[in-house]
Design a binder for this molecule. Sequence first.
Ligand code: C5P
Length: 214
Amino acid sequence: MVAVDGPSGSGKSTVSRRLAAALGAQYLDTGAMYRAVTWAALASSIDPQDAEAIAKVAGEIDLEVGTDPDAPYTRVDGTPVDRAIRGPEVTGAVSAVAAVPWVRQLLVAQQRKIIGAAARIVVEGRDIGTVVAPDADLKVYLTASAAARARRRSEEYAADLSATAADLDRRDRFDSTRSADPLQRATDAVVLDTTELGIDEVVARLRAMLDGRV
Ligand code: C5P
C-alpha cells in the first residue's frame, strides 16, 4: 500500500493514478470523498460552517467510490458527482467540511475498509501516511513551489491564475492548521519536490523505491 500526501496542486492525483495503473493496483482519491460530503451538504442548502448539520449529512449519505485508476468515480446516493465536486462552490467549502472531526472519523473508517479489501492500492490525501495508514509500505509527501502548484491547477481547471493561487493558499493554510488530522508530513515519508520534475520522472522514482532499487 502506497500513501501519497501533500498540498493541492503538488501532482498527487496524476502521480497516484499513474503509479496505481503501472502497478496494476487500485487507486483511492480521499479528497473526492471530502468533496462529495461537501457537495451533499450544499445540495441540501446546509451551511458548511454548521458542523452539527454537516456531520448529520455525512452519516446519512451513501458514498460510493470506484477505485479503478483508469476510471475512478464518486457517487452520492447513486448520483455521479465527479464533475460537480470539482466546481468552485465545493472547492470553496470543502476545507471547512473536512475540518469536522466526525466527518473525518466516518471517512477514515470507510477508507480503511477499502484499503483493507484491496490487494494493492495507492491512496492519496492529506493524512494518509499519518492517520489513515501509518503502516503503509511506502509513504510519499509531494510538494512543489506555490507558483508551480497554482499554475498547474489553473491550467487543469482553465481558471484564473491569481484567483487559483489565492484559493490554494487559503486551503493549504486551513488544512495545515486545523486541529483534526492536519496536513502534515509523516516523519518516515519520502519527500519529493515536483517543481522541476515531470510526472513520468516522479512515477519512475516511486516505482524504483517500491522495487527496492533506491
Ligand atoms: O485533494 P483535494 O484537493 O481534492 O482535497 C480537497 C480537500 O479535502 C482538501 O483541501 C482538504 O481540506 C480535504 N482533504 C482532507 N483529507 C484528505 C483529503 C482531502 O482533509 N485525506
